[in-house]
Design a protein around this ligand. Structure first.
Ligand SMILES: Nc1nc2c(c(=O)[nH]1)N[C@H]1C(S)=C(S)[C@@H](COP(=O)(O)OP(=O)(O)OC[C@H]3O[C@@H](n4cnc5c(N)ncnc54)[C@H](O)[C@@H]3O)O[C@H]1N2
Ligand code: MOO
Ligand SMILES: [Mg+2]
Length: 422
């Protein structure tokens, strides 16, 4: 007879407690210097201060004329002032003439303003007239000092904090770094995560369907989630339901990679080998039951400084387990300050009738209606259901309740990638 108790006792702990146990094991990964053009999505491993102010010269904000504003004192429609144009300054060039009262320089947007000028008047506010071999402009109103000039350091002063260590690099950060000539950056190495699926029922995605078997969708779903979280993925061949083979393969993966994520075989079934594997002496179990649904059987263990996440085989549970535990772990290893899914408050758009004794993370989608964030639970939300993951941009948190949660109730909502408001 097969002894299910060999899978060891299961003491359910809360999601928060499970996350804390994981955090306590995590350490920052190594770092590497890479080209800025390769840095999108990476996490900075250094804090960067501004090496110079930005802009670093007084910059014209309009195409027009650099002038001394005092010269326009008293100017009005019937009493224009006349200034002589003595220079032309394209962007990238330097003024070649010092301005004095009565003189103006043509200047283009982005060009350095002559030191003596304190305003730029745009072309449209002037009239150019040739008289006596001189080119002059007529200005019919007073121009205030500073007009259309961006002062030195307007955006950033020298030594200002540019980007803090642990920041994820996206277009805005790339723009800042490029501006300051920081063409290479120190970033955390991406943790290399091995993905194993377990289950003798699994076919690879290019195999023909067979009766009783299914294609291994979880490995590819997980690979996507892990890459989104900033990890590098190695999808390893699926493991049949054989404890000795699984042990050998997982041990090998620990030697080669920074983290191991498995899917399937963590429940109490006769062939649920992961539940036994995490009880082995090389591993220290962190938890094997969490008061959440889906994903109650989510299991985590540590070997040396490396983590093993044994996620459920049920696609819904596998997805949620990865979002709640694997994603934050990868974030922390790259110095991310707030590694957990972002949380907002939303309003439940339909009744939620399932009674739970565990906290439920219900797949759903957000809608903005009349200034409010409404959340719609997915029609099919069981742990085993795969198809509604693609329609979800959030997880609706339904705490343990003994009654249905009515439409209109405020609920906590965790935002998934693609919610558009991350
Ligand atoms: N007697 C009990 N049975 C079950 C319990 C329980 O408490 N007592 N828990 C149920 C819950 S809840 C879940 S969740 C599942 C967890 O199952 P496992 O993690 O052991 O996963 P498997 O048994 O290997 O597979 C479950 C399901 O998922 C399919 N699967 C597995 N791997 C993949 C994959 N890579 N891609 C797509 N689908 C996959 C597998 O074929 C099964 O249908 O246990 C319940 N049972
Ligand atoms: O572990 Mo199961 O997903 O709780 O439903
Ligand atoms: Mg099972």
């Amino acid at each position: 007879m097969i002894d299910n108790l060999s899978k060891g006792p299961r003491n359910a702990i809360s999601v928060k407690e499970a996350q804390q146990r994981i955090l306590s094991q995590l350490h920052l990964g190594g770092n590497e210097r890479i080209d800025l053009s390769e840095a999108r999505g990476r996490y900075l491993a250094e804090t960067i201060l501004a090496p110079h102010p930005y802009p670093h010269f007084r910059r014209a904000g309009m195409d027009g004329f650099a002038i001394i504003s005092q010269d326009t004192c008293g100017a009005q429609t019937d009493q224009p002032v006349w200034l002589e144009i003595v220079d032309e300054i394209p962007a990238g060039a330097l003024p070649s003439i010092s301005l004095e009262s009565g003189l103006a320089s043509r200047i283009m947007t982005g060009a350095k303003v002559p030191d003596e000028a304190d305003a730029v008047v745009m072309f449209e506010m002037t009239e150019q007239i040739e008289q006596g071999g001189r080119t002059t402009i007529q200005i019919k109103r007073e121009i205030e000092p500073g007009k259309n000039i961006t002062p030195i350091g307007f955006e950033i002063k020298q030594d200002d904090l540019l980007i803090k260590e642990g920041t994820r690099i996206s277009s805005g950060e790339i723009s800042v770094l490029a501006t300051f000539g920081i063409h290479q950056v120190l970033v955390y190495k991406k943790p290399v995560v091995a993905i194993f699926s377990t289950g003798s029922e699994l076919l690879d995605i290019d195999e023909a369907l067979q009766d009783g078997k299914i294609r291994n969708s979880n490995a590819y779903m997980l690979a996507c989630q892990i890459r989104d979280a900033g990890g590098e993925v190695i999808i390893l061949d699926a493991i049949p339901d054989d404890l000795q083979i699984a042990k050998a393969r997982v041990t090998e993966a620990f030697e080669l990679y920074d983290m191991v994520v498995t899917t399937g075989g963590v429940s109490v079934g006769d062939f649920d080998i992961m539940a036994d594997l995490v009880q082995g002496e090389e591993l220290t179990l962190l938890f094997n039951k969490v008061t959440m649904r889906p994903g109650s059987v989510t299991t985590a263990a540590v070997r040396g400084r490396k983590l093993l996440f044994a996620l459920s085989g049920n696609p819904g549970a596998c997805f949620v387990g990865c979002e709640m535990f694997v994603r934050p772990a990868i974030g922390v290893m790259q110095g991310k300050d707030h590694p957990f899914l972002k949380e907002i408050t939303g309003i439940l758009a339909t009744d939620f009738n399932k009674i739970n004794n565990f906290t439920r993370f219900v797949r759903g989608h957000l809608a903005y209606e009349e200034g409010q964030v409404l959340v719609y639970p997915a029609s099919l939300d069981e742990s085993s259901v795969m198809v509604t993951i693609k329609d979800s941009d959030c997880l609706i948190v339904i705490p343990p309740v003994s009654q249905a949660v009515p439409k209109g109730q405020k609920v906590q909502v965790l935002l998934l990638d693609g919610s558009g408001i991350l």
